[in-house]
Design a protein around this ligand. Structure first.
Ligand code: HEM
Length: 270
C-alpha cells in the first residue's frame, strides 16, 4: 500500500513540475486561481481544493500524459468473451493506458498539454472509459481520492509559495532529459511561509509551556476545562475535534495565542 501510494504520487508530482515548467501559461493560470481564492495571507488547505478546478485540470492532464503507462497485468479467472474474442481462463491482460490517453479518436490534439480539456469537455472528450490513470473496475486504485488530495495540496503549495526556475544544464544533460528546478520563496508569501513553519510551532509550544509554568492559574483553568470534558471510554487522549468543546483551551490555541503570549508575558496571571 505504501509503495503503491508513494511511488506513483512522487512520479506524478515529478512529471507535473516538468510539465508546468514547459508550459508557463498553465503555471500562471494555476497561480492566478490560487491567488484569487486563497490569497497570500495563509497557505492553501484542504477546504480550498473544491474551488481550484484549474489546479485539478493540470493534475488530470499530467496523469493523462501518463506516469503509469501500462496498468499492472490482470489475469482472467474464468473463460470469457470480449467483443467476440474468446479469452481463456488464466490469460494475462495488459492495458496500455498511454495509448488510450493519446488516441486522437478520443482526445482533441492529444499531444498538447491542455488542462482546460478537463474543465470544459467537448462532446468528443466527454464520458467513456478513456481516462484511466488509476485503473478501472474491481481493482481500481483505492488511493485515488487520497492521491489526488495529496497531489493538489503539495503542488498547490509549491505554486502558491515559490517561484520556479529551471536551471539550464549543459547540452549533454539536456539530451538526457534531465530537468533541474530551483524553488525560491515568493516575496508576497515570505511572511506566511515563515509563520507556517515547524520551527515557529515548536517555538510557540516551548513558549506556551514556560508561560503556563509561570502562570499556574491559567494552567489550572485549562486543566479544569479538560477535567470537566467527557472524553468517552474508548480513548485516553484528546484529539483535534475535541478542541471545539474545550472553551478555555481552544481560543488560546486558535485565536489569541499571540495576544496571550504577549499580554501574559508582561501582566500577572489571568
Ligand atoms: C498519483 C497517484 C496514484 C496513481 C497514478 C495510482 C495508480 C494506480 C494504478 C494504475 C493501479 C492499478 C489499477 C489496476 O490494476 O487496474 C493502482 C493500484 C493500487 N493503488 Fe494506486 N495510484 C496512486 C496513488 C495511490 C495511493 C495514494 C495509494 C494508497 C494510499 C494507492 C494504493 C494502491 C493499491 C493498494 C493498489 C492495488 C489495488 C488492487 O490491486 O486491488 N495508490 N494505483
Amino acid at each position: 500500500m505504501l509503495i503503491a501510494g508513494t511511488h506513483t504520487t512522487v512520479l506524478t508530482i515529478d512529471l507535473f513540475v516538468s510539465q508546468l515548467i514547459a508550459h508557463p501559461e498553465a503555471f500562471e493560470k494555476a497561480r492566478d486561481e490560487i491567488d484569487n481564492h486563497v490569497g497570500d495571507s495563509r497557505l492553501i488547505n484542504d477546504a480550498d481544493l473544491a474551488n481550484l478546478p484549474f489546479l485539478h485540470g493540470t493534475i488530470s492532464e499530467t496523469l493523462r500524459f501518463g506516469p503509469v503507462k501500462v496498468l499492472p497485468a490482470h489475469e482472467s479467472s474464468e473463460d470469457c468473451t470480449v467483443r467476440g474474442y474468446h479469452i481463456p481462463r488464466g490469460t494475462q491482460l495488459f492495458v496500455n493506458a498511454w495509448a488510450i490517453h493519446s488516441d486522437p479518436e478520443l482526445w482533441i490534439e492529444p499531444d498538447r498539454f491542455k488542462p482546460e480539456r478537463f474543465l470544459i469537455q467537448s462532446e468528443k472528450e466527454k464520458g467513456g472509459f478513456k481516462f484511466i490513470p488509476f485503473g478501472l473496475g474491481r481493482r481500481v486504485c483505492p488511493g485515488e481520492g487520497l492521491g489526488m488530495r495529496v497531489m493538489a495540496l503539495s503542488l498547490g503549495t509549491l505554486i502558491q509559495c515559490f517561484e520556479w526556475e529551471e536551471v539550464k544544464e549543459d547540452q549533454k544533460k539536456a539530451e538526457e532529459r534531465h530537468v533541474k528546478i530551483i524553488f525560491r520563496p515568493r516575496e508576497a508569501l515570505a511572511k506566511t511561509l515563515l509563520s507556517a513553519g515547524t520551527d515557529t510551532s515548536a517555538a510557540i509550544i516551548e513558549w506556551a509551556n514556560s508561560l503556563l509554568l509561570n502562570h499556574p492559574a491559567v494552567l489550572n483553568k485549562g486543566r479544569a476545562d479538560l477535567d470537566n470534558y467527557d472524553i468517552g471510554h474508548d480513548r485516553l487522549l484528546v484529539d483535534e475535534p475535541d478542541l471545539a468543546k474545550l472553551p478555555y483551551i481552544d481560543p488560546k490555541l486558535n485565536k489569541q495565542d499571540t495576544a496571550i503570549v504577549s499580554s501574559s508575558a508582561t501582566s500577572s496571571a489571568t
